[in-house]
Design a protein around this ligand. Structure first.
Ligand SMILES: Cc1cc2nc3c(=O)[nH]c(=O)nc-3n(C[C@H](O)[C@H](O)[C@H](O)COP(=O)(O)O)c2cc1C
Length: 387
């Protein structure tokens, strides 16, 4: 096929850039510092290859995974991202309807430009059984956190995702350069409206502060909802979190927006999965763009993966339809990769199928036994995961 027949490469970020004000595009696209962690999230997937298995037979493919007592149609969810109305005037309700229609659970953010009750209602319009979780930053005033939790419970969210990688706000280089600090007039973080301590009708700022394990314990007492800790990269934190009763983890470097020296999410995953040892689901986000990325993360111990920016780009360019199509395409891509890897179920993907590019892989090459990706240490057995 010649270049002219091949057509332009698929570039969702580039298409979105053409639709958005430059400072809004930069807000969505950018990361902290020199954007090393941001780049690495995608590049790290590119450094890994998948070893397909052959002649495994098997029946119909089934991409379902079980997470916190619910069957998800695919090992895919929408990660929480702020300010969807900056991407498209239809905002979070459009994302929610699209995700529900595509069979993809949604984590709606505390920094959404639509209140959580309206986001859940939109998702349930498309699918009455839609899974919606609420992402929360613990706030210094316990009564503020308590009110946010109550709103998420009343709205019908089935888990709380507590983001723990933000004791301070990351230094987002592009936002500093552009002078982008706040939403334009007419838009607000609607979950922060009418909370304790502010005059009726007004919103509070979201506080970034160094919460501790005791604050998490207080949250545990406050709600019966499952708690999902987002932003865990150190295996010891993962171990402590599980010991303290956390119900799931998200391995994440916040899309490269917090600590710029943090490793790529997929590189942190194997050690966390090993520490957790199947006791709770391990989720991952950061740099997931295609079916092979999903398969790599699953093979290295993730139960499901989240996407952040791909949803924002699809929303900016195509609104609700765009998000539904992007998520559906990602699901289909994963299903095909699963088949090509010789699997019929997500659990069929195992760590021995992941090798580093650029080297003959062990145990067959001259470097046998050296440079073994940490992931190879974690070998989930079929049926090992109890959730
Ligand atoms: C514009 C933007 C806003 C975000 N806002 C939040 C947020 O409010 N809370 C949170 O926990 N994570 C937030 N994240 C991080 C995402 O949940 C997720 O970790 C990240 O986007 C995954 O990487 P990806 O964009 O490469 O898929 C945000 C990410 C972006 C790009």
């Amino acid at each position: 096929m010649t270049g002219s027949q091949a057509g332009p490469p698929h570039d969702p970020a580039g298409s979105a850039r053409a639709k958005l004000r430059p400072e809004h595009y930069d807000y969505f696209a950018g990361g902290a510092g020199e954007e090393t962690a941001l780049r690495e999230n995608e590049d790290a997937f590119g450094r890994l290859a998948l070893l397909p298995r052959v002649l495994r037979g098997g029946g119909d493919r089934d991409t379902r995974v079980s997470v916190l007592g619910r069957d998800w149609p695919a090992p895919l969810f929408v990660s929480p991202t702020a300010f969807h109305r900056l991407a498209h005037s239809d905002g979070e309700p459009a994302t929610a309807r699209a995700a529900a229609a595509a069979g993809v659970p949604l984590v709606t953010g505390m920094a959404a430009t639509t209140a959580v009750a309206d986001v859940v209602a939109a998702a349930r319009e498309a699918d009455p059984g839609a899974v919606v979780w609420f992402q929360l930053y613990l706030q210094p005033e316990p009564e503020v956190t308590a009110e946010l939790v109550l709103r998420a419970e009343r709205a019908g969210c089935s888990a709380l995702v507590v983001t723990v990688d933000s004791p301070v706000f990351g230094r987002r280089t592009r936002d500093l350069r552009n002078g982008f600090h706040d939403l334009p007039p007419g838009l607000a973080a609607e979950n922060m409206r009418d909370l304790p301590g502010v005059p009726p009708g007004t919103t509070r700022d979201i506080a970034m502060w160094p919460a501790g394990w005791d604050d998490l314990a207080r949250l545990r007492e406050l709600t019966g909802l499952p708690l999902v800790l987002k932003g865990v990269l150190h295996p010891e934190d993962a171990r402590v979190a599980v010991d303290r009763g956390v119900d799931a983890l998200v391995v994440s470097n916040h899309g490269g927006r917090q600590l710029d020296a943090a490793p790529a999410s997929v590189e942190a995953l194997p050690a966390v999965a090993e520490a957790v040892a199947g006791r709770v689901p391990v989720l991952l986000d950061g740099g997931v763009r295609r079916g092979t990325d999903i398969a790599l993360a699953l093979a290295l111990g993730a139960t499901a993966v989240g996407v952040g920016r791909p949803v924002l780009w699809a929303l900016a360019t195509g609104g609700e339809d765009g998000v539904r199509e992007a998520l559906t395409a990602l699901r289909e891509d994963f299903e095909q990769v699963l088949a090509l890897c010789g699997g019929t179920r997500p659990q069929d993907l195992t760590a021995d199928q992941v090798v580093a590019r650029g080297l003959p892989y062990p145990p067959y090459g001259p470097t046998a036994g050296q440079g073994v990706p940490r992931g190879l240490a974690y070998r989930p057995r079929r049926g090992e995961r109890p959730w």
